[in-house]
Design a protein around this ligand. Structure first.
Ligand code: SF4
Length: 355
């Protein structure tokens, strides 16, 4: 029996059927879930997905939304470029496509922030289009099942996988659309639940009879691991400037890390007193807080936070300075702040009784 048939049949019988973005052909909902699921676990995504849809039930609602409202609903999910692209994408759909999602994977791929595999997943689930996906989980399944050597992030290996992905889609026919949806979901389910990174459950796998890795006992060698380079380290210092139950925040420049989110003022050189004076804040008291680290995809950031009780303040607004606000500490919880910054503030305010 064909690879795709076995995967689709297994999905009908054993796959996941109750995720909130399943059982719909609405491309908006499917698109939203696919973007949220990039780099993020299902269990983390579900509450974000539900809150986002409650606030923006259609692409038109999202297109007219304020960027800050979008970022606030995304805060904590990480990889904020996804949220900015989502917003830009909604606007493009309204302006260029009359509010309807593009009708093919190739056209969906022209939208901001949508790659080939994501476009294919949306087209497969929404329209039943026979366009193959190839995300990280599928690469793992393919590397093992078809015995593909080499780092899947390398272009030549990836191209080989795309060729296999294309060759393995279900054949044309009256049932092709439903079969394609099941097969696509089945590949995702297989990678997430059976053919997992550390401990594949080959005994339950629908394609075990033809799996090269299982036959050669090479499940732990495939896919070929990426040769990891040392992660660059960066350092910064942050100011938690507090005055009368409010904390000073600055809007991060976009593009850039945490672009568009409110965050704490930062400084690289000199001491906290000098950094406060640059902002127009006369500190009454400064306390150095424990350093913490946050890992991004391409580097690790070490943050040295300083807690400042502000005396007289004359903020220097204007050209060259980022937008600034004083946020009541009680509003930190629901604000669009980067997750590690929010965690720092929550811990500090709880400990210090400021909230
Ligand atoms: S048999 Fe095992 S290694 Fe092969 S695809 Fe299935 S779960 Fe993965």
């Amino acid at each position: 029996m064909a690879f795709s048939r076995r995967v689709a049949q297994w999905q009908r019988a054993e796959g996941r059927h109750t995720l909130p973005w399943q059982n719909t052909h609405d491309p908006y909902r499917i698109w939203l879930s696919e973007i949220m699921l990039q780099q993020t676990q299902v269990a983390t995504v579900i509450p974000y997905y539900e809150r986002f849809l409650a606030q923006f039930p259609t692409v038109a609602d999202l297109a007219v939304a304020d960027e800050e409202a979008v970022m606030a609903l995304w805060a904590g999910l990480g990889y904020y470029t996804r949220a900015r692209n989502l917003h830009a994408c909604a606007r493009r759909i309204m302006s260029d496509w009359g509010g309807r999602f593009p009708p093919t994977a190739a056209e969906i791929e022209t939208l901001p922030g949508i790659g080939r595999s994501t476009a294919a997943a949306i087209a497969a689930f929404a329209y039943g289009e026979r366009s193959p996906i190839l995300d990280g989980n599928v690469k793992r399944v393919f590397a093992r099942h078809f015995g593909i050597e080499g780092d899947p992030s390398k272009r030549a290996v990836e191209q080989r996988m795309w060729a296999i992905a294309q060759a393995e889609v279900p054949p044309e026919g009256p049932e092709a659309a439903d079969e394609m949806r099941r097969y696509t979901q089945g590949l995702m389910d297989l990678g997430a639940t059976l053919c997992t990174r550390g401990d594949p459950d080959c005994g339950q796998c629908p394609v075990r009879d033809t799996c090269v890795a299982l036959r050669e006992a090479r499940q732990h060698e495939l896919p070929t691991p990426r040769v990891r380079k040392a992660v660059p380290e960066r350092h910064t210092r942050m100011l938690v400037i507090e005055k009368a139950g409010e904390v000073l925040l600055q809007r991060r420049p976009s593009p850039g890390i945490w672009g568009g989110l409110w965050s704490l003022p930062e400084f690289d050189d000199g001491d906290a007193l000098a950094a406060c004076r640059v902002l127009g804040v006369a500190p009454a008291e400064t306390v150095r807080l424990p350093t913490f680290s946050h890992t991004f995809t391409h580097f690790r950031l070490h943050v040295e936070p300083w807690h400042v009780q502000a005396g007289p303040v004359a903020l220097k607004d204007g050209a060259g300075n980022p937008p600034q606000i004083w946020m009541p500490t009680a509003e930190v919880e629901g604000a669009a702040l980067p997750a590690p910054v929010k965690k720092l503030l929550q811990g500090l305010f709880r400990r210090g009784g400021l909230l």
